[in-house]
Every structure is written in C-alpha cells, then in structure tokens.
Design a binder for this molecule. Sequence first.
Ligand code: ASP
Length: 335
Amino acid sequence: MLTWLVVLLLCAPGHASLPLVINTWAFRDAAAAAWRALQAGGGVLDAVEIGCARCEAEQCDGSVGFGGSPDETGETTLDAMIMNGNTMEVGAVADLRKVKNAIGVARAVMERTDHTLLVGESATAFAESMGFIPEDLTTNKSMNIFTQWLKGNCQPNYRKNVIPDPSKYCGPYKPTATPEPSRRPRLTNIHSHDTIGMIAVGEDGQVAAGTSTNGANHKVPGRVGDSPIAGAGAYADRSAGGAAATGDGDIMMRFLPSYLAVELMRAGADPSTACAMAISRIKRHYPQFFGAVICANTTGHYGAACNKRPGFSRFHYMVSDSHTDPPLLKSVDCF
Ligand code: ASP
C-alpha cells in the first residue's frame, strides 16, 4: 500500500496535446527529428523511424547505432523494431551486422515481407537486397573498448558455469559438469546500456512504437536483447496506447513489460501507473534490475517509471507536442 502511495506521488502523469512523441533518455535530436517528421506531414511510423534513425546516425550516447557495445569478438551488432498499432504489424531485426540503419531495415521487414523478425547475417543479406549499404560498424572507440576488455582478462562478461573460471579468465570456455545457480552479480553497469524507445501518437489516435540499440557491452555473440521483441522492447495498440522499455534486456524480456503496460492502459490505468506496474512486476523477482518504461495513451496522457538501484534514481525522457518547441526534457524519480 505504502509502495503504491510512493509510486503515485513520484509518477504524476503528464498530459500533452495530440500529436505527441515521447522517447527514452535525453535524446533531444532524435525527439526533434521525430517531431519534425510529423510536422512535415509524415505519419506516426515515419516519426518513429526517423527519430530512431537520427539516434543511430548520431550514435546518441554510444549505446545506439554503430561503434558501440562490442561483443566478445569486438563486433557491434544492432537490434531494432517498429510496430504499427493500427494494423498490429511488426518489423524487427536482431543481431544485425554491417548495416547502420537498423530501424530502417526493421521497417523494411514489416513492409516488404510477411515476417516479423529477421536475424544475423541473413538480416544483413535481406537489408542489402533492399538497398541498404553494408558498412563496418567498428570504430576506434569500439575497438578501444574491446582491446581494453581483452587486456583486463575479459572482465566483466556474461558467462557462468564454464571453465576456465569466467570471473577471472577469457575463453574459449567449456561447460562445467553441473550448472549451479549463479552467485555472481549480473553485469548491469548502467553506462553500458541504453536504447532509444519511442512512441508516436497521431492527432486521430494512431499509435506507433519502436526501438533501436546496439545492446550490451561484451555480450556473447548472437545475444539478442529485449529491444527487437514485440511486447518487450515496445508495443503499440491503437485501442489503448504504446509503451517502450530500456534497461537490462536479458531480464526485462522475460516479463514483456511493454505489452503489460499497454494492457493495463487498456484496462483503464493511466500511463504512469501502467509503467510503474510493469516495473513492479519485474522488481518482484529481480529487485536490483536496471530498467525503465515509457507509456502514452491515445488521449495524450503519458508517463514513465524506473527501478531505483545504486547509481540510478532518476530517469530522463523526452516529450514533444505542439506546446513544446524544442522538445521537453522530463524526468521521473525511480521507486
Ligand atoms: N535493453 C537493451 C538491451 O538489453 C539495452 C538498454 O536499453 O539499456 O539490449
């Protein structure tokens, strides 16, 4: 009861006029690009695609687009999705290699195939066939992060129940005889995570949502996070609203927080409460998880919530509507 009182006080809902765009983190240029797309007559899908693409091109804070989060082999791979809340179509790519514009490829999956999700080298081949240019996603910065990690005996990493001891040594690893529950704290340096998640709501209540990220630093090759998974990274449904998540995707994707938040809004919860309840569901099992959710409904109400943990007590997000030029930086206290 007390927790909910705190949640209600911290997560006061916001209200904007429609159309409305909200996105995770203080990614101002992405917010402005999405808003301009709507002003120029684009639809909600265009706004989400253009906003996320801006983050990919500018690398936002290094956690979106090329040159970030090298995996155990030093390669940057991208995850992205886009969802049309009017038709319930989704396009997504995961473990995408050698193509910078992941959200663009995700949209091509949605609009130029009957599939929902393409992965890995095959997603790259599809992208190339659709006219996207293959490029090396490695930069001096990502190469430097990788070489420092190698020099530091590959610490930290995401391995467990393998030999040699992954908390001390690099691989190659082999499985131990019997897997045991992990006693190592999860690798959740909040500075090695971030995703752009964006929701656009049109004047007539049309909704789209999307995400783009380069995932998690030092991930095991092939790792896919929550961002390209519908209902986990983002979700949109014209009859309720949209939501998008950021944080420790390996944990968050187990709870489909974006789907849960949209369903709660459908059941009448205001966006702040819906976001907070989605966070609470995860918190129950992983009290220390790193994550945040943004939510918007089709009447222009919006909100966000995050899980309080050491080093993360406040979450920033952007709001763009006709009264906010340039887009407004908002924040919410984590609980
Ligand atoms: N959710 C993303 C992932 O785990 C990263 C993040 O948002 O921080 O891939």
